[in-house]
Ligand binder design. Structure first.
Ligand code: ADP
Ligand code: MG
Length: 280
């Protein structure tokens, strides 16, 4: 199968869901790793103080290692904190560290506090050599300044959904948050991608919730579904994504499939964006 095409301008995703433990981090690192295997240059920004994305990508993120905290609070360039992942291909990560837990309070008194990440990314893209195809921002589960910074930096939201009873309820909360962001901080932000994760095909509820989500969001939900699989949850303890830890496992194959779809679909409204720019 040929590798999917690379986007002509960087696609910036924020991976979010206000619920914890739904597969945000797992989705971030595995989609990123799969796209890197297709030949894309990919950056993962770890905005969660827990640093699980950094760990899963084999990135050192102990106390003194420069992190995204230095970018947001100290104004350091993004290029000064990124590290190359041990995964295959051109995969990089801006790690988080525990300092990030206190960052929101410090960011509060900084000028343009909602745009610190966006400004840093813009400077980063303008530096020579930073020809990235994809950026994925892994968010903490709360809706604080860190997540708001992610929302103002991205054009696309990738929502991982666990097919459980309250899935749709959480989703409508997230959608009204995005609507608010659209009216103020970032008119371009849109939910481009929804991925069903930790799918347990043996339960009827999972199938019902999946059908419900597909009915509400026919354009956004990927055909690929990520099954609940032990190999997926084992991989981080080897500082690896499941895509490199056990490439032929069902979890890995389904993440590669999902990444392939994301790449094939392209950025939403890419054609009309070009038209808009041409008229400016
Ligand atoms: P979040 O970032 O939303 O808090 P995580 O990606 O950290 O969620 O996932 C929560 C837990 O579920 C982790 O322990 C992770 O290893 C596990 N997990 C995620 N996806 C799967 C899956 N498809 N199968 C089995 N376990 C999974
Ligand atoms: Mg997480």
């Amino acid at each position: 199968r040929p590798a999917p095409p690379l986007p002509s301008r960087p696609r910036v995703f924020t991976v979010s869901n206000q619920k914890g433990g739904v597969g945000k981090t797992t989705t971030t690192v595995n989609i990123a790793a799969a796209l890197a295997r297709f030949g894309a240059k990919v950056l993962v920004i770890d905005l969660d103080p827990q640093g699980n994305a950094s760990t899963a990508l084999g990135i050192d993120h102990h106390g003194d290692i420069p992190s995204i905290y230095d970018v947001l609070v100290e104004g350091k360039p993004l290029s000064s904190v990124i590290q190359k992942s041990t995964e295959e291909g051109e995969l990089y990560c801006a790690p988080s560290n525990l300092d990030l837990a206190g960052a929101e309070i410090q960011m509060f008194s900084i000028d343009r506090r909602e745009f610190l990440l966006r400004d840093a990314l813009e400077r980063f893209f303008n530096e020579p050599g930073n020809d990235f195809h994809y950026v994925f921002i892994d968010c903490p589960p709360s809706l604080g300044l860190l997540t708001i910074n992610a929302f103002s930096s991205a054009r696309e939201v990738l929502i991982p959904i666990q097919c459980e009873y309250y899935a749709l309820e959480g989703l409508s909360q997230l959608l009204s948050t995005i609507e608010m962001i659209n009216q103020g901080l970032n008119p371009y932000l849109q939910v481009s991608t929804i991925l069903l994760t930790m799918f347990d095909s043996r339960t009827r509820l999972a199938h019902e919730v999946a059908a419900d989500v597909r009915q509400h969001f026919p354009q956004q939900v990927l055909n690929a579904v990520i099954p609940r699989a032990v190999r997926v949850s084992e991989a981080p303890s080897y500082s690896q994504t499941v895509v490199s830890y056990d490439t032929m496992s069902v979890g890995s194959i389904s993440y590669i499939e999902a990444a392939h779809e994301i790449a094939l679909r392209g950025a939403p409204g890419a054609a009309s964006t070009t038209t808009q720019e041409a008229t400016h």
